[in-house]
Design a protein around this ligand. Structure first.
Ligand code: ARG
Length: 460
């Protein structure tokens, strides 16, 4: 037990299951590079505080470099009896390489409590940078499709019932703006991740006059956590990331759901590329949109990670408690899920085939009933009245067994309301309906192009 970093006051040995239950190396070794980076900066700061000589500092920094290379080349030999986590493993190995006399000075004033919080923030900072990059790629792909396919019209739905004609690009852009808000939120979260807890010690602060601001700068942090008790306790940066991911994945899920519906034979608006579909082991004809179903399904997993971690931290006493070790697995898994999901979504949207003729065929004249009501509004009739008149036209067409309200003809329309004139027949045109929606955010061509322009400038 004396071999353990904390073994000095112990006489008994650890229960074998407890040993396994307690270890985190199997998953926190993912942060080996960050742990070493943090330790190298810490060596510089402790030298500045006159705890290490310059020679000792350099020996430590070089020794840590060797440890890092061992991890990178997969030659680091884990000692399961003593290596509890990445922090103890790296320190143990450093001692073997440069001797424990010097290596033993590195941890002066430091605790694994400020160390682990630092590693996590360094790791997450880089990962969020990657996620941001993948989000931008996904958005660029979406926006460029919207530009290319601006002319395709399709039914817009409410309650999954045909409602009014819209541009396919309008649908694409509705999601683009949702994801742009996610991008904005992500940049907000990043700011709070990038703060340094290093130098907080176990909880009370550092007694060696360590320059925390210097440390923060060395590690590229935007500042320090201003209270040591909070520095070791704060996992809001994890919670916020999980919450961010949950909301973003909710958007991915709803986007996927639409495309799953649009890709059914019944709709036939889109066909997924083979690269993002899979087949059935039994039914030879099947081509399933598994990519989209997994995107939808994996959102649930992220929601669970968010909720689970909130349960973990709720009610924890101040400062560090071992419960906090449970931050890693959900966060690591969530980050992997989000990175993969964004890349899959980008692949799906860039390779998707659309079928404008099928979209157009799904448009029906009843979807212009609002436009018929609006026609009379333009003649000065109050909308509440025109709504009823147009409703009567829909009913009349149904009673007569016609394909649509356009089949009624002028005579029949005029017998319902004499204010209908010959130009009413112009109403029965989907393109016209779409082009009338000219106010900001509407589905007319100019407005969608403006949306594309706005989104593009936000993505610069
Ligand atoms: N592996 C631990 C974690 O992930 C490191 C911190 C341990 N600190 C302690 N006081 N036992 O949280």
């Amino acid at each position: 037990e004396k071999l353990k970093l904390w073994g000095g006051r112990f006489t008994g040995t650890t229960d074998p299951l407890m040993q396994m239950y307690n270890e985190s190396l199997s998953y926190d070794k993912r942060m080996y590079a960050q742990d070493i980076l943090g330790s190298q900066a810490y060596a510089r700061a402790t030298c500045k505080a006159d705890i290490l000589t310059e020679a000792e500092r350099d020996t430590i920094i070089e020794g840590l470099e060797k440890v890092k290379q061992e991890w990178a080349s997969n030659t680091f030999v884990v000692k399961p009896d003593v290596d509890e986590d990445i922090h103890t493993a790296n320190e143990r190995r450093l001692g073997e390489i440069i001797g424990t006399h010097i290596a033993g000075k590195l941890h002066t004033g430091r605790s694994r409590n400020d160390q682990v919080a630092t590693d996590m923030r360094l790791w997450l900072r880089d990962e969020l940078g990657e996620i941001e990059k993948y989000m931008v790629e996904f958005l660029r792909a979406t926006v460029s499709r919207a530009g290319e396919q601006i002319d395709a019209l399709m039914p817009g739905y409410t309650h999954v019932q045909r409602a009014q004609p819209i541009r396919w690009s309008h649908w694409l852009m509705s999601h683009a703006f949702e994801f742009l808000a996610d991008l904005e939120r992500l940049r907000e979260v990043k700011k709070r991740v990038n703060r340094s807890p290093l130098g907080c010690g176990a909880l009370a602060g550092n007694p060696f006059n360590l320059d925390r601001e210097f440390l923060a700068k060395e590690l590229g942090f935007d500042g320090v956590i201003p209270n040591s008790l909070l520095g070791v306790a704060d996992r809001d940066f994890v919670t916020e990331t999980l919450q961010w991911a949950a909301l973003m994945m909710n958007h991915v899920s709803r986007w996927s759901e639409d495309l799953i519906i649009y890709s059914t034979a019944e709709f036939g608006f889109v066909t997924l590329a083979d690269a993002y579909s899979t087949g059935s082991s039994l039914m030879p004809q099947k081509k399933n949109s598994d990519s989209l179903e997994l995107l939808r399904g994996k959102s649930g997993r992220v929601f669970g990670q968010m909720a689970g971690f909130l349960y973990t931290v709720k009610g924890l006493p101040s400062s560090y408690n071992k419960d906090l070790q449970e931050d890693k697995e959900p966060l690591f898994d969530c980050v992997i899920t989000v990175k993969n999901s964004l890349q899959i979504a980008t692949g799906v949207v860039s390779t998707l085939n659309i079928h404008p003729e099928k979209m157009k065929a799904a448009l029906t004249m009843d979807m212009l009933a609002t436009d018929l009501a609006d026609y009379l509004v333009r003649k000065g009739v109050p909308f509440r009245e025109t709504h009823h008149i147009s409703g009567s036209c829909v009913r009349e067409a149904e009673v007569r067994g016609l394909r649509g309200i356009d089949q009624l003809g002028l005579k029949a329309l005029q017998s319902i309301d004499k204010r209908f004139e010959a130009d009413v027949l112009e109403v029965f045109d989907f393109e016209r309906s779409v082009e009338l929606r000219q106010s900001t955010g509407g589905t007319c061509k100019a407005s969608v192009l403006k949306q594309i322009e706005e989104a593009t400038s936000l993505l610069q």
